[in-house]
Design a binder for this molecule. Structure first.
Ligand code: ZN
Length: 499
């Protein structure tokens, strides 16, 4: 008979949180596998089999997918992080990390009570209150939200902060001041610089101005992101310009919300994607996109004429027209459409201006990451704000079968973390931060529509950020475990050729 005192029990592992019997889609693009996850101190300690381990909380994930939390690589959440730190439009979709400051629009560095479009998309009332990027970063750090955030500095904001009249090219002294601001933002840990060259505050900047302003990014590993100068007839010239800027400063280039706008350009996605395939061999290039055939931004007459239908998302003088078609609002105001556009200013709109065939091609291409481009302060926002990620999983992956689930998840997680060198996130891997989402592959779907845009998605069961539950069974938990992410310090040099 064995002496009980001689039986050496292995100590049981103890986790904060254990998920058992899940189907793991790990963000690498590799095939799914069954297993458990063990989380301690905010990180994944075990991926595969936790055995008889004990945990403070346990969940049985039988029949569910567990994947890394989604990285929304294109947001305008800069101010939302402060005013709605539970971040419901994002965590309800499984998003655990957001990039901010895009399309040239960042909250810092700028102190102003009255900002021109498109800066007002970030909620004009008192939002612009940070005199330096460092102050903005410090505020994010002391006011954490439910999600992680990697901020970028925007060129439109720099111009508004520096120039008395943004409708002209910047003078050398102004360029010098903007350069210093970019240097300060990079030193504070910004991910890079974004431009919105289609927008009025930046439309008169020259390519050389942008290159000079971006110079402080050289050698820092910062990324150059751009909302192209022209997403319609001159898109190829605009893509060439983006690459020229990236090559001149030695920065990776990411094209924001890649699309081709206007009826005359429908069907050009194949041409655009082959430009990407060619150029990607010369210089590091990537893009993000959203899964809808309507765009959304401020209300402008030119864009309205290129669209089959325009819906008003907000109007300061006429809030009652939010959600209305522009043609109906014009009728009600007894004005021609162009005059109605003027009367409604400042305002925002949804534009039905893309071809579904192009949306599909751009989504399907292996280089495409997913970014919502959601506008969280619009009264009747484009449904992408609440629906982007579940729409890719439900409509485009399960129903339209554009790609396997493993590829869809990769586009939303590992691919984005690689592109922006976001350390220890984007994969379910031991040692990585525990950012994850549990969803039902059969039911996950976007609920937000153009007519009813503020709707949490279906099929997202549980969302965890840095080891803490932020969304469960349709409700935010109120926890704010999100962290400020700074640009990764180690970066290989960006080398290019071909031009
Ligand atoms: Zn944009």
């Amino acid at each position: 008979m064995a002496d009980a005192s001689l039986v050496m029990d292995m100590p049981l592992k103890h986790f904060d949180l254990v998920f058992r019997n899940g189907t793991i889609v790990d963000g690498t693009g590799n095939s799914r596998f069954g297993g458990d996850l063990g989380i301690r101190n905010g990180r994944l300690e075990a991926v595969g089999d936790v055995g008889a381990a004990q945990a403070a909380s346990e969940f049985d994930l039988k029949g569910k997918i567990v994947s890394p939390g989604f990285i929304d690589v294109h947001t305008h959440d800069d101010q939302l992080l402060f005013v709605s730190p539970e971040m419901s439009p994002k965590v309800s979709q499984g998003v655990t990390t957001v990039l901010t400051g895009l399309c040239g629009i960042s909250l810092a560095p700028l102190i102003s009570n009255s900002v021109p479009p498109p800066l007002n998309l970030l909620d004009a009332g008192g939002a612009y209150r940070f005199g330096s990027f460092h102050e903005f970063m410090a505020a994010l750090e002391t006011h954490p939200s439910a999600v992680n955030v990697l901020p970028f500095v925007g060129h439109c904001t720099l111009r508004v902060a520096t120039m008395d009249d943004v409708r002209r090219p910047a003078r050398p002294d102004e360029i010098h001041r903007m350069q210093k601001m970019v240097g300060e933002a990079m030193a504070a840990g910004a991910g890079g610089v974004s431009t919105g060259l289609a927008y009025r505050p930046a439309a008169n900047s020259t390519t050389d101005e942008v290159i000079e302003i971006c110079r402080p990014m050289a050698g820092t590993g910062g990324v150059y992101l751009t909302h192209l100068r022209d997403e319609g007839g001159r898109i190829l010239d605009s893509l060439d310009e983006a690459m020229r800027i990236g090559q001149a400063v030695g920065a990776k280039v990411v094209i924001s919300h890649l699309k081709v706008i206007g009826t005359a350009n429908h069907g050009r996605s194949a041409e655009i994607l082959s430009w990407f395939d060619r150029s990607g061999k010369c210089h590091p290039m990537a893009y993000d996109c959203y899964p809808y055939h309507a765009t959304s931004t401020i209300l402008v007459a030119d864009r309205a004429t290129e669209s089959s239908r325009v819906m008003i998302t907000w109007s300061e003088p006429h809030p009652e027209f939010a959600g209305w078609d522009l043609s109906q609002a014009a009728e009600k105001l007894r004005l021609p459409v162009e005059a109605a556009v003027e009367r409604l200013q400042p305002a925002g709109a949804v534009y039905f201006a893309l071809a579904e065939e192009d949306v599909v091609n751009i989504l399907r291409h292996e280089g495409g990451m997913i970014g919502s481009d959601g506008l969280p302060h619009d009264k009747a926002p484009h449904p992408r704000l609440w629906g982007t990620f579940p729409r890719v999983l439900g409509h485009y992956c399960r129903e339209q079968k554009l790609f396997p689930l493993e590829t869809a998840v990769r586009k939303m997680t590992g691919l984005a973390a690689d592109c922006y060198r976001i350390k220890e996130r984007g994969l379910l891997k031991p040692g990585f931060w525990a950012d994850l989402v549990v969803f039902d592959e059969q039911t996950v779907a976007d609920s937000a529509t153009y007519d009813n845009p503020i709707q949490a998605a279906r099929g997202i069961d549980l969302v965890v950020v840095n080891g803490e539950i932020v969304w469960r069974d349709g409700c935010p938990s109120g926890r704010r475990p999100g962290r400020l992410l700074r640009r990764s310090s180690f970066q290989p040099p960006v080398t290019g050729g071909c031009l």
